[in-house]
Ligand binder design. Structure first.
Ligand code: ASP
Ligand code: MG
Length: 416
């Protein structure tokens, strides 16, 4: 039987400079083959290209922003390659292609141009990495993700055409080591599309699914998925093993370690996911698979800061019933406001929403037309999965609890 493919995913931080690229090489050298490596744009390149697109679209001067992106990649390449290495021609060709995109004034939507421009970040990174692996004697080939990942026309949040993608995967069989781009795809008219910010994890899962991979490893700058954000809880600990379901729950409540769409394709084919540190490669990291008996081993803490808590009641002291709720939600969904928690009692309906400078004040105005409304801004929403009394004590200590919700596995608090 053929050996099954392993998929590795490296994010922007793991390829942010020459030293980081060397580290990626040392990880790939030790990997099993066949290996498919999905790579994001280097460092903060996506943000930088977003800026180029904005300026281009607004007819302002984008040259400085563009030059910064070019210099950044050239400097990394200069540290990795001797002066006349072919990588420089390849990068140069990509720069020229990008300049073509920018030559004519914009004629289509912002999102269309965004995808044509921002997708270059992943093309630069994978070009440099493939060349660097080859230079070091590794049998690496570049696979253009757009030869395989076929999408619809929803620029900036393109949907995968799974049947077509599967078909193209069959036309591009994998051998020893392939390097490909995360985040990008192509539509029927051969225009580049992107899958949404931080979408490379999802790309890795798509590739794993269509190539029937054995496992996926996402390499991060943290030692796996942690049970809390270490910036907020310095004693955060790694989760050694959790189920697909638990990973989706954690992502839903706001744990930001892996992209929420990543799990579904993996779960469907029972492909295990590892989240490991590219800095401390000896650490085991987190294993995500079907097994759920360890999910409750320790509590997980997810904090969302900068929330608004809105509490509505009817003006005539009548009950909050289906009709009102439908009415409130249609407004919320029209305005594309993200609801993180809701609760209703006979006379009131409360929601906790993400701050948005424009949307929330407008939402409040519109709701006030029909309802009495009280609100608290700048509150915190804390979710504790698999809580213990001690854990709840720890998060609520010294704070005012505005709202509290508990189910068997999950406790949530809105705190001031
Ligand atoms: N480069 C893209 C981004 O920064 C995709 C990714 O990193 O996953 O959003
Ligand atoms: Mg990134």
């Amino acid at each position: 039987m053929n050996k099954k493919t392993t998929v590795y995913k490296f994010g922007g931080a793991s390829v942010k400079d020459a030293k980081a690229v060397k580290n990626v090489k040392s990880i790939i050298e030790k990997a099993p083959t066949p290996l498919l490596v999905v790579v994001s744009a280097m460092g903060k390149t996506t943000n930088a290209l977003e800026k180029v697109n904005e300026q281009y679209f607004n007819h302002s001067d984008y040259n400085d922003a563009l030059q910064t992106v070019k210099d950044y990649h050239l400097n990394i390449a200069r540290e990795l390659f001797e002066p006349h290495h072919p990588v420089f021609d390849k990068l140069h060709n990509l720069f020229v292609e990008l300049e073509w995109e920018l030559e004519e004034p914009p004629t289509k939507s912002f999102d269309f141009h965004y995808d044509q421009i921002v997708s270059f970040g992943e093309l630069f990174s994978t070009t440099i990495i493939t060349e660097y692996l080859q230079k070091n004697g590794l049998p690496a080939k570049l696979l253009d993700a757009r030869d395989v990942i076929k999408t619809d026309f929803s620029y900036r949040h393109a949907k995968i055409n799974w049947a077509l993608t599967q078909e193209y995967a069959a036309k591009h069989p994998l051998s020893a080591i392939h390097i490909t781009q995360g985040f990008i795809g192509v539509n029927d008219e051969n225009y580049s599309t992107t899958l949404g910010r931080e979408g490379s994890d999802f790309s890795a899962a798509i590739f794993a699914y269509i190539y029937d991979a054995n496992e996926v490893t996402i390499w991060k700058d943290v030692p796996g998925m942690l049970n809390a954000d270490p910036k907020i809880f310095p004693d955060a600990e790694p989760l050694n093993q959790i189920s697909y379901k638990e990973a989706v729950e954690l992502a839903y409540y706001g744990a930001s370690v892996i992209h929420p769409k990543t799990i579904k394709p993996l779960k469907e084919k029972n492909i295990q996911l590892k989240v490991k540190s590219f800095i401390d490669t000896n650490k085991t990291g987190t294993l995500i698979n079907r097994q759920s008996d360890k999910d409750a081993e320790k509590p997980s803490f997810i904090v969302k800061k900068n929330q608004w808590l809105l509490s509505l009641s009817t003006k005539d002291f009548s009950f909050i019933i289906e009709e009102n709720i439908a009415d409130i939600f249609s407004l919320i969904s029209q305005m594309q406001v993200k609801v993180n928690l809701m609760e209703n009692t006979a006379l009131s309906f409360s929601i906790c929403v993400d701050d948005d400078f424009y949307k929330i004040p407008e939402l409040i105005e519109r709701l006030k037309e029909k309802y009495n409304l009280l609100y608290n801004k700048n509150v915190e929403l804390i979710t504790v999965r698999h809580y213990t009394n001690e854990a709840l004590q720890k998060v609520t200590e010294g704070k005012e609890i505005l709202l509290e919700q508990k189910s068997r596995n999950t406790a949530r608090f809105v705190l001031k």
